[in-house]
Design a binder for this molecule. Structure first.
Ligand code: DGJ
Length: 735
């Protein structure tokens, strides 16, 4: 997802566009299996006449509208390609609402032209320009279609040449219209340690909105992801399902409006809440990407489309490696000093992980960071705890053959800090009102270029002082509670720009960091999983799903995240947050990027030996988990167990994870076999149980071999039960 100015300059092939014999213009947006067809009407307004399966004969698209009969007075604009407020019989939710410089608040958008081009990164980009017939006001609609992934990115660019500022009261990225009948929307509630809780809503009438107004830590209460089953409920392997998210690290709104015809109108973009935008002439406003896929083969295919798209085009270093690690957060919290940390490095080495990650509490002197009440913002090393500084720790870790990474939370400040004392103007706060805190902290004003420099400097100074620093964990624990910017006030910029300008400010900082440090892995963390948008993942190699590391909770949570993210992006740590066995905890954490957050030196000899073996096993199969295809086989929401598998591209190697999820006596996890997926039906496979303690036997007979056809149609029974609560199976073809 490159910025549009870059994209435009890289367009080079102009493909033929589709014009009908009449005056109407037909514009199909196509991937391998999905099509959205735009067509001008007799008044030159752009409509969506079809959304569904792609057709092999492109000329038939212009006729798709003929077989529907939804015309009636007052509803003729329901299927606008970009619904406007204030004209055109439009009673649907607008994608755009403006006030012109003369105070007029109507907008009409007529088709002007379109281009279809191939981008250098291999997508087909369709751009349609719409113009108001009365005002010099334009909207360019962008559709970037990824053919083999069935993924479409949609966004808009809004511009004008009026004499003065035009106020944008709403400025959505995308507007869709679906002619299906029975819609089931899965959206996700959350809060700290309870992220990604699915809620299914049968959409039958009126508006359903998924939105965030938190400013920062924007996914805390609601995820920007959605899953929409069309024409009835989809399953993992059947049904039509649309899945995606609005890729915006700020307030977002996804609106689903069901009309009288049972058609569904979707408007997605930046949440206009408190965000009227005053747009200057000749300064195009680019909205964020609305990213979605449509699968006609159920949710599993939809996930694999999104996962592959992220690895190939959105996630930083999606095809690369990741570092296994030992983190000290749950092992020490704020209670550590230099000697204690150095003593933990040995544990990292003994376990066999790649890196030690130093978490919160290493900085600030006047107000030392000994708990979460003080010090945030003062990024000098705490001399009492760490007298020899970070360079000493890096050296000591490296002596043990372990890399060193560090935690920061650069967008935030504790009022009890030197930063707050010296720069109260850098803080988002309401001077005339009492401050409201979230985790005892406030948000820095990233609309201010000086603050952007400061935040960039935190990262830059760390790398300058420690050139071999291997990893950054970037945290963000507070939402914006006190929305007011001194900088915008001084610059005479409306306060209603705050949320958008903040997100753009953060974007600027990350651009600068990545220009100077393009490859260093960084984890996106937000008080748990408060940030996981595709926009920020362009700068991060991975993200932290939740502070909840109870492995049973994680089976469900990772299941939900897996619809939208590849395993390589998902950080899973083994901690002491549960009574589940070490094996269960490691097995669950192995379905992603494995880390540990334990006092490794306190493991028994037997547990240490087991952990070492599982890490070696992980090193052996991680390439399949990170870069292979994922299949969800048995849902913990429908069974007494969960089962998932990952297969490599050649279908020669895989790994299957199975977990007991119901400890009741009545539970029947192993009654039936689990049907595998994604194998080659003609290949023969051997299945071997791994991650077993020394001396523990397995009922799985690895002498037996099975065809892919057998495993996918009859299945395999991993024999999960209350004494085998977690079972990991390696799958290998034996040609
Ligand atoms: C919240 C994160 O989610 C935790 O992993 C940890 O880094 C703490 N912040 C530190 O304050």
């Amino acid at each position: 997802m490159k910025p549009i100015n870059l994209l435009i300059s890289t367009l080079f092939i102009v493909l033929p566009t589709s014009f009908s014999l009449s005056q109407n213009v037909t514009i199909p947006i196509e991937t391998e299996n999905v099509a959205t067809v735009l067509r001008t009407d007799e008044n030159n307004r752009l409509k969506i006449i079809y959304s569904g399966k792609s057709l092999s004969n492109v000329n038939e698209y212009e006729r798709t509208g003929e077989v529907f009969n939804f015309q009636s007075e007052g509803a003729s604009a329901n299927n606008s390609a970009y619904a406007v407020a204030g004209i055109n019989n439009n009673f649907t939710e607008p994608a755009i609402a403006v006030i012109h410089t003369d105070g007029n608040n109507s907008l009409d958008l007529l088709y002007e032209r379109h281009t279809i081009s191939q981008t250098t990164d291999g997508a087909i980009l369709t751009t349609v320009t719409l113009k108001d017939p009365v005002y010099p006001f334009f909207v360019d609609l962008f559709y970037k279609a990824w053919k083999d992934k069935d993924v479409i990115e949609q966004w808009s660019v809004i511009r004008h040449t009026e004499k003065g500022d035009v106020t944008l009261n709403k400025y959505a990225s995308a507007n869709l219209y679906l002619n299906n009948k029975d819609y089931y929307l899965t959206s996700y509630n959350g809060s700290w340690a309870k992220e990604m809780q699915p809620v299914e809503t049968h959409l039958r009438q009126g508006m359903h909105t998924i939105e965030s107004r938190l400013g920062t830590r924007e996914n805390l209460l609601t995820s920007p992801n959605f899953m929409l089953s069309l024409d009835g409920k989809a399953t993992e392997t059947s049904g039509i399902v649309m899945m995606g998210q609005i890729a915006w690290n700020g307030n977002f709104a996804l609106q689903f409006e069901t009309d009288v015809y049972k058609n569904l109108h979707i408007v997605a973009g930046i949440n206009p809440y408190q965000s009227a935008y005053h747009l200057k002439p000749d300064t195009p406003f680019e909205t964020p990407r609305f990213v979605y896929t449509v699968s006609f083969e159920g949710k599993g295919k939809g996930s694999r489309n999104l996962q592959a798209w992220l690895r190939d085009h959105a996630l930083l270093d999606g095809h690369g490696d990741r570092l296994t690690l030992l983190n000290n957060w749950e092992a020490t919290y704020f209670d550590f000093d230099q000697d204690k940390l150095v003593s933990l490095f040995g544990g990292a080495k003994e376990l066999g992980v790649d890196m030690f990650l130093l978490d919160d509490g290493w900085f600030a002197n006047k107000y030392p960071r000994n708990d979460d009440k003080a010090g945030l913002g003062d990024w000098e090393v705490n001399r009492k705890k760490l007298p020899d500084g970070i360079p000493f720790l890096v050296r000591e870790a490296e002596k043990e053959g372990v890399k060193f990474g560090i935690w920061i939370e650069p967008e935030m400040v504790n009022p009890k800090s030197e930063l707050y004392e010296n720069h109260p103007d850098w803080v988002i706060r309401q001077e005339k009102r009492s401050e409201i805190y979230f985790r005892n902290q406030l948000v820095l004003d990233l609309t201010n270029p000086e603050v952007q420099d400061f935040v960039f400097g935190i990262v830059d100074n760390l790398f300058t002082e420690n050139p071999t620093l291997a990893f950054i964990k970037w945290d963000c624990n507070a939402p914006v509670f006190n929305g007011h910017s001194k900088y915008l006030e001084q610059e005479n910029i409306p306060q209603s720009h705050l949320y958008v300008a903040y997100s753009k400010g953060l974007h600027n900082v990350l651009e600068r960091i990545r220009a100077k440090y393009p490859t260093v892995p960084m984890m996106l963390c937000s008080g748990g999983g408060g940030r996981s948008d595709y926009q920020l993942l362009e700068y991060f190699t991975e993200f932290w799903l939740s502070d909840n590391t109870d492995p049973l909770e994680r089976v469900f949570m990772q299941w939900n995240y897996s619809y939208y993210y590849p395993a390589i992006a998902m950080c899973n740590h083994v901690t002491d947050w549960s009574d589940k066995s070490l094996k269960y905890r490691i097995d669950v954490a192995s379905m992603g990027k494995l880390g540990f957050d334990i006092r490794a030196n306190e493991l028994s000899e037997q547990d240490m030996k087991f952990a070492q073996q599982t890490i070696r096993n992980y090193d052996d199969f991680k390439d399949i988990v990170w870069h292979g295809e994922m299949y969800r086989l048995a849902s913990p929401y429908e069974n007494d167990m969960a089962s998932l598998m990952y297969v490599n591209g050649q279908k020669t190697e895989g790994v299957m994870f199975n977990y007991l999820t119901n400890w009741r006596y009545l539970a029947e996890p192993s009654l039936r076999p689990v049907k595998l997926q994604g194998l080659d039906k003609d290949k023969t496979y051997r299945l071997t149980e791994i991650n077993l303690y020394d001396g523990v036997s397995t009922p799985i007979d690895q002498q037996k071999v099975y065809t892919g056809e057998f495993l996918m149609n009859i299945g395999f029974n991993p024999s999960v039960n209350s004494s085998r609560t977690s079972v990991v199976v390696r799958i290998e073809s034996i040609e």
